[in-house]
Design a protein around this ligand. Sequence first.
Ligand SMILES: [Zn+2]
Length: 285
Amino acid sequence: MPELPEVEIATRNLRSWLAGERLTRVELPSSRVLRGVAPEALSKLLAGKRVETLERRGKWIRLALSGGAVLHSHLGMTGKWVLRDRSDGPQKYERARFDTRRRSVRYLDPRLFGRLLASPHGEPLAAWDALGPDPLVDGIDARVLGATLARTRRSIKEALMDQSVLAGVGNIQAAEALWRARIHPQLAADRLARDPAAVRSLARAILASIEFTLRDEAGPEITYVEEPGARNPFKVYGRAGEPCPRCSASLKRIVQGGRSTVFCARCQRRSALTSGGGCATRRRT
Ligand SMILES: [Zn+2]
């Protein structure tokens, strides 16, 4: 499922394919991806426009077009932008086609949770404006992160997945970063916030995990880890029952807020965190 690194790779690819180019052919078959807009109206808005800038914030991609229109793309659960030959017909699960003089870019989305939203005059998108700091665009200020975490008693794993806390961190990156920082995923966010060294360690771990994933997955066409036959590049995500890459203990799976978290009960102990914290509950290993 696309999170910050996958969306960053998509943005870099789209930039290299479309920036400065005029859209000579736009096809938008009617689908749930185009919520609230008639496909014909959107095609008309985009056709003939030049793609001026592409940027990413969290899991959103923003394309600014000549004439002031803006297109926002969210990849949902299974969306991906790919390059095809201009002579190629519609692809399986194709939801959009943008051709330039030289290239043909397609948006594929089997499960249709993605979105393509147009702002004809560059109107702001509420979901974009509500995003918290983006780890790559803004960096992570550990003091700001600590102050944000101090305001919630949710588990640290659930807090990290809140897009207003850090934009772009999802289920995968949260689990990976907590494992890297040796923080128990069920630790209350406000309790973690009382340990500035642990928050700094978490901030470094989030960036390290994102950079690792970017390096690993960069390429013109991504395969998501959930796809059949896909390779799993992650340290703990999707690896319940396998040995921890650090200590070899069997990785555990728990469910938090309806989502799976895999973690190492030996490396990631709630009691190991705050020295003299006192009330830590040690999980059975
Ligand atoms: Zn371990």
